[in-house]
Design a protein around this ligand. Sequence first.
Ligand code: 1HN
Length: 353
Amino acid sequence: MDDGMVETVNRAAEAGRSPFYDRARQQNLAPLWRVLGGLVTEFPRSTAVPAIWRYGDVRPYLIEACGLISTEEAERRVLVFENPGLPGQSRITPSLFAGYQIILPGEVAPAHRHVASALRFIIEGKDAYTAVAGERTMMAPGDFVITPSWTWHDHGNESDGPMVWIDGLDMHIVNLLSASFRDSYPGAAHPLTRPEGSAYAEAGSNLLPVDFQCGSQTSPIFNYPYRASREAIHRYSLTRDPDRHHGYKMIYINPVTGGSAMPTLTTALQLLPAGFATAPYRSTAGTIFSVIEGMGTVTIGDNSLEFGPKDLFVAPSWFPLSFSAASEVVLFSYSDRVVQEKLDIFRESYVND
Ligand code: 1HN
C-alpha cells in the first residue's frame, strides 16, 4: 500500500469506507486519495537501481548464445540488460532498453523496420555492416550508429571474428504512447540504393548540399565514427579546464538542427583526465554508460563500482553520480534527456554545492 495514504488517512475511517470502495470498483472508479502520494511524488523515485555489467562476465554468455541460436532463428541475437529493480521487463531504466547484440562471420540479421528508434554503439569486432534505408556503413569499435524510426535495416558480418555492439532503443517510450508498428522485409536484405559513405559526404563536415531537405528529426549522419569523435573530444580538452561535474562532455548533434542526433535519445561522449574526480551531479534523465577507454570508479547513490573498458553501467534518475578516473577515461552514454527537454520536465542539480 502507498505510504502517502497511510499517513494522511485515518485507518478506522478507512475501514468504514471500504464498502464504498468495493461498490465504486464495480463502476471502474477508484479513490485518488488512497494513491495520490505514490502517483505524484515529491522527488523522482526511480524503480531502477544502479547496476554494472562487466564485459568479462557478460562476453562468455554472448559466445554461448551463438552456439544455441542463429541470427536467422533469433532475428536479432541480443542479450538484454535487465535492471535488477525491473526484472522480466526488458528495461535498463523505466524508459530505456539496452542489449548486447552479437553477430558472427557470415551471418545476416534480416531486414525489418519499426517505429522504435535504435542506436548501436560498437564494442568489439570489425568489418561488420549495418544497412539503413538502402545505405551500408561498416562499423568499428567506438562508432555510434543510428537507425531512425521506421527505416529498413539489416546487419551482416563480413569479417573473420564476432562483432558485438550495444543496442539502445526507445521502444518503452513508443509503447507508453501505444504507437508501435513493425514490419518484416520480404527478403534477408533491403536493396542498396546509395553508395557507402553518401550520408557522411552530405552531412558529415558542417556543410549541407544547397536545398538539402530532411523529412525527419533524426540526424542524416547515421554513423558517427569514433576516429572523428575521439579526436574532437581530445581537441576540446586541450582548450579549457575540465567541468567540475562532467569533465569534458559533448553531445552528438544533428547538423541540420543543432539539437540531439536522435529525437528520443540524447547521446554523449565524455572524457575524464587521468586522476580527475568529478563533483556529484544528478539529473532526471536515467543514463546508460559504456566505458570505451580507461579505468576508474563510479559512485551512483551509495554504490561505488569499479569499471574498465567495455563495462556498462546505469545511473537511474536522480541518483547522485560522480566519477574518479584512475587513467584517462572515455565514456559513451545515452539517456531520455531530449524527450524530457521537449516536455519541459528535465531537471538537474549539483549535489552539495
Ligand atoms: C532491433 O530491431 C534490433 O535491428 C536490435 O538490430 C535490438 C531490441 C528490441 C527490439 C528491436 C536490430 C532490438 C530490436
